[in-house]
Design a protein around this ligand. Structure first.
Ligand SMILES: C[S@@+](CC[C@H](N)C(=O)[O-])C[C@H]1O[C@@H](n2cnc3c(N)ncnc32)[C@H](O)[C@@H]1O
Length: 240
């Protein structure tokens, strides 16, 4: 499963960059998450692990906010886009960091991509200092103006490797947590653009090859029109 996720993101650099340039969505999420994490520390964020740094969108935000940022990702191709911070190619389940060596661990739109969020959360708890803070943001989906899930009208669900509730539970079992929801207005065009990212089209067509899955996603979402709401769940945890 993780090899598949890594290969999917290795093939997603250009489409991810196009989506972010158009929407600024991941920058907004990282800014909101950094603010929530900072609010729970005395004197600001020190050394932060940007867990699932991707092309560095969240890394840029944490570099502005924290004293020191480490960008970690399983995908070599995504990570190659980053030149602003120390980079590590690694898996959340085996962090190449010593115990209690960071003040913050930030999972900006990344923790829902693992099959077992509990294992990743245990690793985050291991590397975090006793007065540290962990933050995660994960998707709740897209909603029509009447509140129904956008994907209800299609024969496909938009499914992540881990449910957002599994990730909330995993964090709550290691940390004392606070949660909330961020909502963004978006368009049909931007939902199509999101699913033009091979790693995101895999939510709909996991078994098809890269090109075919993006084509199928574009075709499925073709009839979509209008304005929608995208919702993201955030979780902040501090050691108990
Ligand atoms: C949606 S991107 C978010 C990237 C970045 N945080 C941002 O805000 O743009 C998720 C990233 O998580 C990484 N990822 C997924 N599973 C991982 C794992 N098990 N270990 C490390 N990184 C992982 C992916 O390779 C991808 O780059």
């Amino acid at each position: 499963m993780k090899d598949v996720v890594r290969r999917n993101f290795d093939a997603s650099v250009d489409a991810y960059t196009t989506y972010e340039r158009r929407t600024n969505r991941f920058t907004s999420l990282a800014r909101l998450l950094a603010a929530e994490m900072s609010a729970r520390t005395d004197g600001g964020l020190g050394r932060v692990l940007d867990a699932g740094a991707g092309t560095g969108v969240s890394t840029r935000v944490f570099t502005e906010t924290a004293a020191d940022t480490i960008a970690l990702d399983i995908s070599r191709e995504m990570l190659r886009e980053i030149d602003s911070a120390a980079r590590l190619q690694a898996d959340f389940d085996h962090l190449p960091l010593s115990d209690q060596s960071v003040d913050g661990v930030a999972f900006t739109a990344s923790l829902f991509l693992v099959p077992d969020p509990a294992a990743a959360v245990r690793e985050a708890a291991r590397v975090l200092r006793p007065d540290g803070v962990v933050g995660a943001v994960a998707p709740l989906g897209w909603f029509c103006p009447d509140g129904t899930d956008v994907f209800e009208q299609f024969e496909r669900e938009s499914r992540s490797p881990a449910d957002t509730s599994a990730l909330e539970d995993a964090l709550a079992s290691e940390f004392s947590t606070t949660t909330g929801t961020w909502k963004f207005s978006t368009t049909a065009e931007n939902i199509r653009l999101f699913h033009a990212i091979p790693a995101m089209a895999a939510r709909l067509y996991p078994k098809l090859d890269t090109e075919e899955r993006v084509l199928q996603a574009h075709e499925l979402l073709g009839p979509l029109d209008g304005t929608f709401e995208q919702r993201w769940r955030w979780v902040i945890g501090v050691p108990e």
